[in-house]
Design a protein around this ligand. Structure first.
Ligand code: IPE
Ligand code: IPE
Ligand code: MG
Length: 239
């Protein structure tokens, strides 16, 4: 089967891993790799329309990444601030709508302001929906969603008898997004590291060896084409 936009994934989610090893291989500090990684995002976002990818979700910082050194965490936060300020115009003119998922509470005020501004500035765009997972963890997201769901039950807004598998997703950070069709992880690790746990129940996975700073639009095109040849049965038997 040939791939192409029609057969390709509508929602691609990427675990952008391998920045540290990319830098290490060059004898440079880990942050050098993070900067190189951030630079790859633009090309990947811009190739989405041609591939028929309407939704792109990227994992930028996990709830577990706070365990890294203070220098790396501070460097990443500063990189996110710079990335948002620098890319705001380009994203807006390319008709990209940006959303953030994850828990904002632990992030610094300046960064939160920039995230709000980018969401606001791009709110009317609809060519590509870019979602950036920042201080995101799948378990944390489900826990936060459950808390709000419980609050609605306690206040009488939600009948507990009506709760089914359509209910919880309405409380998730991703409530307005479709589930990912294809989840890609770079850098050779075959694990999902707490990314989109609920949403990826039926996603297809691609674990590739490329380190994120080496990832290209061509590679995404190849993976999307491979996806087009897969048989997604969702538990049923094809007749
Ligand atoms: C991914 O690259 C970026 C973040 C997790 C922020 P890593 O920093 O995990 O790179 P490796 O896995 O150490 O090579
Ligand atoms: C997952 O990568 C998180 C991001 C890409 C932001 P990690 O490098 O943090 O995951 P582990 O530690 O290998 O599981
Ligand atoms: Mg890693």
């Amino acid at each position: 089967m040939t791939g192409g936009p029609e057969a390709g994934p509508r929602h691609v989610a990427i675990i952008m891993d391998g920045n540290g090893r990319w830098a290490q291989a060059r004898g440079r500090p880990r942050l050098f790799g993070h900067h190189a990684g951030a630079k790859r995002v633009r090309e990947v976002v811009e190739c989405c329309p041609a591939l028929g990818v309407k939704y792109l979700t990227i994992f930028a910082f996990s709830t577990e990444n706070w365990k890294r050194t203070q220098v790396e965490v501070a460097g990443l936060m500063s990189l996110f601030r710079r990335y948002i300020s620098k890319e705001m115009k380009a994203l807006a003119t390319k008709n990209v709508r940006v959303r953030f998922i994850g828990d904002r509470e632990r992030l610094d005020k300046k960064l939160i302001q920039l995230m709000d501004a980018l969401e606001r500035e791009t709110a009317d765009n609809d060519r590509t929906h870019l979602t950036i997972a920042l201080n995101y963890g799948g378990r944390d997201e489900v826990a936060r969603a459950t808390k709000r769901l419980a609050q609605d039950v306690a206040s009488g807004k939600l009948d507990p008898e009506s709760v089914d598998e359509e209910t919880l997703p309405r409380y998730l950070d991703t409530c307005v997004l479709p589930d990912p069709d294809l989840v890609i992880r770079t850098s050779g690790e075959a694990r999902i590291s707490n990314f989109l746990l609920w949403q990826s129940a039926y996603a297809e996975y691609e674990f590739i060896d490329t380190l994120w700073p080496d990832f290209t639009a061509e590679e995404l095109a190849r993976l999307c084409q491979g996806y087009g040849g897969r048989d997604r049965r969702f538990g049923a038997v094809k007749t």
